[in-house]
Design a protein around this ligand. Structure first.
Ligand SMILES: *Cc1c(COP(=O)(O)O)cnc(C)c1O
Length: 244
């Protein structure tokens, strides 16, 4: 026994939370598998990225203990500290947040993937700054598929030129496309936006590229994303709970 006296309510709540993370990971993997099977896809084609932004390293350790290996972070400073603190676990780190030109160096070297490339200048910096002894940085181009309201992401019209330029950079490996559509409660609308990302990927592949990744779908819309071909779903709330 860890305790000489009965656990306090606080410790019990903490233990519930820990086992909660493993339980929620299992529920998620069942959700992903069901969505894949309903879409006639192999569940193994869909990877779960655990979006751990704002959560402390203890929560990430709990998720890792539950079998999770790939983690997504959005804030450079916070991420770098967590990556260092968890270096014993051999986790795979994906940067999914907005990228600023003056903060690319840690992103270029502490992460395996960047999902949020949306302009050539940033891609060039990541390529220049990626250490030569590391494998190429895996990248996705973020596309704005829901029009004027959202700010991040390249427009569908500007995508082909950006994709060609990114694909030519020596220290990057262009893997695919990512999107964060405006939230909609309407599954038809969700699917239409995810389908448009898939069509953009298919058009690039018909033009000679070989992009294998569609990073799309979050806690509330991952079924729609998987139905439209998602290969990575980025899930935070459904694993760790609501962010403060
Ligand atoms: C926070 C975040 C997510 C996770 O969203 P949830 O709704 O918590 O699952 C996914 N993708 C990106 C880019 C994010 O910033």
């Amino acid at each position: 026994m860890l305790y000489s006296t009965a656990p306090t309510a606080q410790i019990r709540a903490l233990e519930d939370y820990k086992s909660g993370i493993s339980a929620r990971l299992q529920i998620l993997s069942a959700r992903i598998a069901r969505a894949a099977v309903e879409a006639g896809r192999d569940p193994a084609e869909v990877r779960l990225l655990a979006v751990s932004k704002t959560w402390p390293v203890e929560s990430l350790r709990d998720a890792a203990a539950g079998g999770q290996t790939a983690f997504g972070e959005s804030y450079v400073q916070e991420a770098v500290g967590k990556i260092e603190a968890l270096s014993d676990l051999g986790l795979e780190w994906h940067f999914i947040g907005p990228l600023q030109g003056n903060k690319t160096r840690p992103v270029a070297n502490a992460f395996s993937w960047v999902h949020s490339v949306d302009r050539i200048r940033i891609a060039q910096r990541l390529s220049e700054q990626r250490d030569v002894y590391l494998p190429p940085l895996q990248v996705c181009i973020q596309v704005n598929v829901s029009g004027e309201e959202s700010k991040s992401g390249v427009s569908p019209e500007a995508l082909p030129e950006l994709a060609r330029a990114v694909a030519a950079l020596p220290r990057l490996a262009l893997r695919g496309l990512m999107t964060i559509p405006e939230p909609s409660p309407d599954v038809t609308v969700q699917r239409a936006r995810f389908a448009s990302l898939r069509h953009l990927r298919d058009a690039l592949n018909n033009g000679g590229m070989s992009l294998d990744t569609l990073s799309m779908g979050m806690s509330d819309d991952l079924e729609a994303a998987i139905a439209e071909g998602a290969t990575i779903v980025r899930v935070g709330t459904a694993i760790f709970g609501s962010r403060a």
